[in-house]
Ligand binder design. Structure first.
Ligand code: G6P
Length: 613
């Protein structure tokens, strides 16, 4: 998660870039920087910390920069290398002739870096991005124009990226490209723009071209040319924004639910930023002594309950502390067992759900320590709890919870890491390494959204299977099981199709009787042994005529063999995989509801916050 901008045209380039970055700061604020074309050279300005530091620096140099007409800018969310000036973008090649900004991850950067170092290139940062700058500069030094250099460099990069680059020898030209990560071009008169999101440019233009996966854009003051990976020129229809105020609020999406699904990378980044630094150090800032905790109880309702079930697996796996997960409306009337060493985690997006509040009261009676995990600062649950953990999903308007769920999972992961640290079940190094992986969750979700909107539109294809569906079965094992539960809840909430989430292995003990061609089976395959076992369970449903839809890696041959449709997800580590696997199921439920002509934001009979028993 980073934001990139570019401008080429008239004097005042710096102002345009800084305004654009201000709109993109939500994508990261570990550092920010600019690379400007100036008298046949490149001027690089970078500052650590929020954009305000760069703004101050730019203001101090203003007279000196105001005549410049082309440049690129970046606001960083650190993944490779800590937030520092050396790691801030833009990055320059060794000869400072080429500058690049990048959003995404170059997965094969170590191997590329080794090769570059053997060829005498000296690295100045710890980032994956710097390899792109050196590779580009090598090609430019070999006599290639910037576009050719970008094309040949792209062929060597694995991973996801949107890049923008300028070259000192090519004034008034920006070359940009993308794979998975987002990129739009804004069109003006005698000036043109680019950015990670069109919202960054709405003050300047309402005309846009979307750069598609694998394409290269050459942006000059007089026009924009698009090329595919083979170098062929590509035509693109203009996208003109004519949104009214509500539509601007919806940011071009049809409904809040769709918007909120797409906001998940941002919501995750904001949530993680509060508690996880770029080195992977976790700090929840709790004043409770977690080393004293010998039991955890999670009480929650609806979607939040599913986040609790997943939290149980992660806490038990990493911290070896037993966890009970309770539906809050049951817990309050049970005779709960616990003492002062029981940590009670009340999860509630709204912080107002009456049963969750009552569960806290029940836990208080045995002296349990209560942590509220909520999206709503100042809500009732925060007042009842000893400590508060906030998700930073932002307002969730759609009744069916989406971004609140994935951010709840992220915080439960952080809590598991913090507990593991306190209980000594993981070393500092192990915790940090898991923390660093978790920091990649926003990028991974961004990649997932891209994959799902890509070739063949798998979500639409899967939704068609539901046209004649009478019911649906969602299957998963281990940490894929709560994701199956949540997927089935999304479907029934907004499409009104009866859906059951079930542990894949238990399916033989009842639900398999439902299976026929009108009961689609949605399989969340997961990883390793769990994947193998789930595959064989799902195979049993396929043999009985089920139309299977799998959430699986795009190159999973077995998944393809047993499925009518594969909803592709990228490779992700164990903490991130459940977050990633949630996204296709949200989109699937949304599409099915829309295809049935239903209001996804306001499903019948439901309410966003349930304040009655
Ligand atoms: C309602 C909402 C669900 C939500 C549940 C719990 O049923 O429709 O989306 O998961 O309440 O709400 P809470 O605000 O406590 O997370």
């Amino acid at each position: 998660m980073c934001g990139i901008v570019g401008y080429v045209g008239r004097e005042g380039c710096v102002e345009v870039l800084m305004d654009g970055l201000a709109h993109l700061e939500y994508r990261g604020y570990d550092s920010a920087g600019l690379a400007l074309q100036k008298n046949g050279a490149i001027e690089q300005i970078r500052k650590v910390g929020p954009l305000a530091s760069l703004t101050k620096e730019v203001a101090e140099r203003n007279g000196h920069l105001s005549s410049l007409r082309a440049g690129i800018g970046h606001t960083r969310w650190a993944t490779h290398g800590k937030p520092s000036e050396a790691n801030a973008h833009p990055h320059l090649g060794g000869g400072s002739r080429v500058a690049v900004v990048h959003n995404g991850i170059v997965e094969n950067f170590s191997e590329l870096k080794e090769g570059l170092e053997e060829r005498g290139r000296v690295f100045r940062s710890e980032t994956d991005t710097e390899v792109i700058a050196h590779l580009l500069e090598e090609r430019v030094e070999a006599g290639e124009g910037l576009r050719e250099a970008v094309a040949s460099t792209l062929q060597r990069l694995e991973g996801s990226f949107a890049i923008a680059t300028v070259c000192a020898d090519d004034p008034d030209v920006i070359v940009a490209a993308r794979k998975q990560s987002p990129l739009v071009v804004g069109l003006g008169e005698g000036e043109n723009f680019l950015a990670s999101a069109l919202q960054a440019l709405l003050d300047r233009t309402r005309k846009f071209l979307f750069v598609e996966n694998g394409e290269i854009a050459v942006v000059t003051p007089d026009g924009v040319d698009l090329f595919d990976a083979a170098g062929n020129s590509v035509e693109r229809e203009l996208f003109e924004v004519d949104w009214d105020a509500e539509a601007i609020e919806l940011g071009g999406f049809e409904d809040y639910m769709e918007k909120e699904i797409h906001e998940q990378p941002v919501a995750l980044r904001a949530t993680l930023a509060d508690h996880l630094d770029a080195d992977g150090n976790v700090s929840l800032g709790l004043s409770l002594d977690l080393s004293e905790v010998d039991r955890v109880v999670v009480a929650a309702c609806g979607t939040a309950y599913h986040a609790g079930i997943l939290g149980k697996s992660v806490i038990e796996r990493l911290a070896r502390v037993p966890v009970e997960v309770a539906v809050a409306s049951e817990y309050r009337y049970s005779e709960p067992v616990g003492d002062e060493n029981t940590l009670v985690v009340a999860i509630s997006q709204s912080g107002e759900t009456i049963d969750t509040l009552a569960a806290i009261e029940a836990a208080r009676e045995f002296g349990g320590k209560v942590v509220a995990l909520t999206n709503t600062r100042g809500s009732l649950v925060t007042r009842e709890a000893d400590e508060v953990l906030l998700t930073k999903a932002g307002p969730e308007i759609g009744v069916a919870s989406t971004k609140a769920f994935t951010t709840q999972i992220a915080v439960m992961n952080l809590l598991a890491l913090e507990l593991a640290k306190s209980k000594g079940t993981l070393s500092e190094d192990e915790t940090r390494s898991l923390g660093r992986s978790l920091r990649r969750a926003p990028e991974k979700v961004e990649e997932t959204l891209e994959l799902l909107s890509g070739a063949g539109n798998p979500i639409e294809e899967a939704a068609r299977i539901f046209e004649d569906a009478r019911c649906a079965l969602y299957l998963g094992r281990g940490e894929a099981y709560p994701i199956a539960l949540e997927g089935s809840l999304k479907l029934k909430e907004i499409s009104y199709i009866p859906a059951e989430g079930y542990p894949a292995g238990e399916m033989k003990h009842g639900p398999i009787a439902l299976v026929d061609e009108f009961c689609p089976v949605v399989a969340v395959l997961g990883e390793g042994l769990i994947r193998e076992k789930t595959l064989s369970n799902v195979d049993q449903t396929a043999a009985r005529g089920a139309n299977v839809i799998s959430v699986a890696h795009s190159d999973d041959k077995e998944a393809k063999r047993i499925s009518r449709v594969v909803l592709p997800v990228p490779e992700a580590d164990k903490l991130t995989a459940p977050i990633v696997a949630t996204v296709p199921l949200q989109l699937l439920a949304y599409r099915v509801a829309k295809d049935r002509g239903l209001n996804a934001d306001k499903p019948r009979n439901l309410a966003k916050s349930v304040t009655v028993e």
